[in-house]
Every structure is written in structure tokens, then in C-alpha cells.
Design a protein around this ligand. Structure first.
Ligand code: FA5
Length: 335
């Protein structure tokens, strides 16, 4: 016989028991089983609701309301527990899949190193800073004025053909040499000056074993009262000897640059022949005039050193293109 009190007791016991059951569930599968047992078609709640039909009609809404409460309770407990289990699973996975970034890699390790061109620039800068020079830099995209005009190379000067230029829009160009930094620095500073200026330069040169359209130069500039060509030669020799440990032949070959007078090329012996590594000379008085220095009071010397060529001689490299092909077999020699 079914009566109201018995069904009510069953529902109350159910709601008391289900909490512990759900709390104790360890996996989503166990949770699903509890759902089926309680809320499924043949579950406990359905059985109680089935028995409700045997109650007097006046008692049915009481049990119906209570059954609904129990159903909602079970559903919300299941939902809560499901979320908790999912979060625990995520936390477990995160802990299990943590990557130890400090673990050594698989041998052979390929650690990055300083590129031989950067290393050569750094060596030159180190030596020159040791001699009291300051590092100065300028932009790679230049105006005609800084790259040519102020360097005593007006538009109609035949020497413009010496450096085939990449012209950009609005009168801009890619600088063909680091000599532009001389002008920028002198405009902003008074003598005495001793600067060393590293950087990339660009020319429309055909590529061969000793030419590349983008290469690096380091420019030296010293301005003071009474500087002579002897100071220039001494500085060039000092740098070359510091780089090569005195085991390299150097020669000065008369040359021409619009911004120096007199001018010379510096050559070093490379694989049995002379290789030109840079142009140099005494700063032309017209350059001093362009930056507002008194050419009767000051003299100066400058040297533009081709870094790729220097690195080729230092490391006995036969072709400039090797520096720019990112070939691991080539680069690993410098480790
Ligand atoms: C100049 O660029 C002058 N500005 C140097 C200078 C500075 C003279 C200060 C006097 C006073 P030149 O065009 O010769 O000069 O270039 C200098 C060096 O850059 C060359 O000796 C060479 O070592 C290097 N060089 C020139 N063209 C290339 C190229 N296409 N690829 C690699 N290196 C190059």
C-alpha cells in the first residue's frame, strides 16, 4: 500500500543519500551512472513518480512538488560535481605535461653565435675604443647631401660614378658608404674628434667573389690641430697589426676620393695577392667648410674600412657570398 508518508520518506532519504554519492564520484562515468540510477527512465525518481498514481488525488501535488525539488537538487549537484571533475582533470594534465625548459636539448646543440661579420666589427671597435675613439652611427637611408654633397661631391661630379647608388623616392638613397656619418657627427660636435662608425652600406655592384650589393664598413675620423698623413698611416698600421698580430703585409696606394686630399687605398696581402680593404686620406678643406670648421686651424684624417674584405683576409675566406648564405657548415667554423 502506498501512502503519502512513505513516498515522502523515500524522497527525503533519496535527497539525503544522493549528496554523499555524488561527492564520492571520482570520474565522469561514475557520475553518469548516478544520474541514470536516480533520474533515468527506470531510475529511483521515476519509480517514486510511478507510485504517485496510487495516491489519493489530493496528495499527488505534494509528492509531485517534493519530487521536483529532489530532481532539481540532484541535477544541480551533478552539474557542480561535473565541473569540479573537469577542472581537476585540466589541473592534472597541466601538471603532467609541464615542460622543463631548462632540460638540455638533444646533442648536437645548435646554439646561436655571433656572425663573423659582427665579430669582425666588434674587434675593430674594441681596438679603436681602446685608442680613445667613440662609436658614432648614422641612418642607412640618407639624403643626397650627407652621402655626396657635403662630402665635396656635387651632383655633376664625375666621382659619383665611383659608387653606383640605389636611389629611393623623395631624393633619398641608401647610403653608399659610412662617410656620411662623418658629416652628421661634425655638424653636431666641435673638434677635437675621434670617432669610429660601423654600419651597413649599399651599392648596385655586380656580385662576385669580392663584391656584394650590401656590405659593412667601419669609418674612422680624427680631427684636431696638427694631424698629419703620418698620424693616419700610424693609426692604420696600428689597427691592422692589432687585428692580424703583426703577420700581415700592408701597403698604401695613391688614390682619389673627393672628400680627402691626399687620398690612398689600404691593401693587405690575401692568399698571395693584394686585396683592397679600404680608402683613406686627409679630410678635404671643402668638407670642413661644409660643417663650419676652420680648415686653416684643423686637419683630419679618415678611413673607410670594408669589413667583409677584412674578415675574408682574417679567416682566409675565398668568396664574400659565403657570409650571406646562412650555410650552417660555413658558420659553425666560427664557433
Ligand atoms: C669608400 O667607400 C670611401 N668612403 C672610403 C673612404 C673613407 C675614403 C674615408 C677616404 C676617407 P670605397 O668605395 O673604396 O671607398 O670603399 C671602401 C671599401 O669598401 C673598399 O676598399 C672595399 O673594401 C669595400 N667595398 C667596396 N665595394 C664593396 C662591395 N661591393 N662589396 C664588398 N666590399 C666592398
Amino acid at each position: 500500500m502506498t501512502d503519502l508518508a512513505a513516498l515522502r520518506t523515500q524522497l527525503e532519504e533519496m535527497s539525503a543519500g544522493v549528496k554523499d554519492l555524488i561527492n564520492g564520484a571520482q570520474t565522469p562515468d561514475q557520475l553518469e551512472q548516478i544520474r541514470i540510477d536516480f533520474l533515468g527512465k527506470k531510475g529511483k525518481l521515476s519509480q517514486i513518480l510511478g507510485a504517485m498514481g496510487k495516491l489519493p488525488p489530493a496528495d499527488r501535488p505534494v509528492i509531485g512538488a517534493l519530487a521536483n525539488e529532489v530532481k532539481e537538487l540532484v541535477q544541480s549537484l551533478l552539474e557542480e560535481k561535473k565541473t569540479a571533475l573537469q577542472q581537476a582533470e585540466i589541473a592534472r594534465k597541466l601538471a603532467a605535461e609541464t615542460i622543463d625548459v631548462t632540460m638540455p636539448g638533444v646533442f648536437p646543440w645548435r646554439l646561436g653565435r655571433v656572425h663573423p661579420i659582427t665579430a669582425t666589427i666588434d674587434r675593430v671597435l674594441d681596438i679603436m675604443v681602446g685608442l680613445g675613439y667613440t662609436v658614432a652611427q648614422g641612418p642607412e637611408v640618407e639624403t643626397d647631401y650627407y652621402n655626396f654633397e657635403a662630402l665635396n661631391t656635387p651632383a655633376d661630379h664625375p666621382a659619383r660614378d665611383m659608387q653606383d647608388t640605389f636611389y629611393l623616392q623623395d631624393g633619398l638613397l641608401l647610403r653608399t658608404h659610412t662617410s656620411s656619418v662623418q658629416i652628421r657627427f661634425m655638424e653636431q660636435n666641435d673638434p677635437p674628434i675621434r670617432i669610429v662608425c660601423p654600419g651597413r652600406v649599399y651599392r648596385k655592384d655586380d656580385v662576385d667573389a669580392t663584391h656584394f650589393p650590401m656590405f659593412h664598413q667601419v669609418e674612422l675620423l680624427a680631427v684636431d690641430e696638427g694631424l698629419t698623413f703620418g698620424d693616419l698611416k700610424g693609426t692604420v698600421r696600428l689597427l691592422v697589426e692589432a687585428l692580424f698580430g703583426g703577420e700581415c703585409e700592408v701597403r698604401f696606394r695613391p688614390s682619389f676620393f673627393p672628400f680627402t686630399e691626399p687620398s690612398a687605398e689600404v691593401d693587405v696581402k690575401w692568399q698571395g695577392r693584394w686585396l683592397e680593404i679600404g680608402g683613406c686620406g686627409m679630410v678635404d678643406p671643402n668638407v670642413f667648410k661644409a660643417v663650419g670648421y676652420d680648415p686653416d686651424l684643423y686637419t683630419g684624417f679618415a678611413w673607410g674600412l670594408g669589413i667583409e674584405r677584412l674578415a675574408m683576409v682574417l679567416h682566409q675566406i675565398d668568396d664574400i657570398r659565403r657570409f650571406f648564405t646562412s650555410d650552417w657548415r660555413f658558420l659553425q667554423q666560427f664557433y
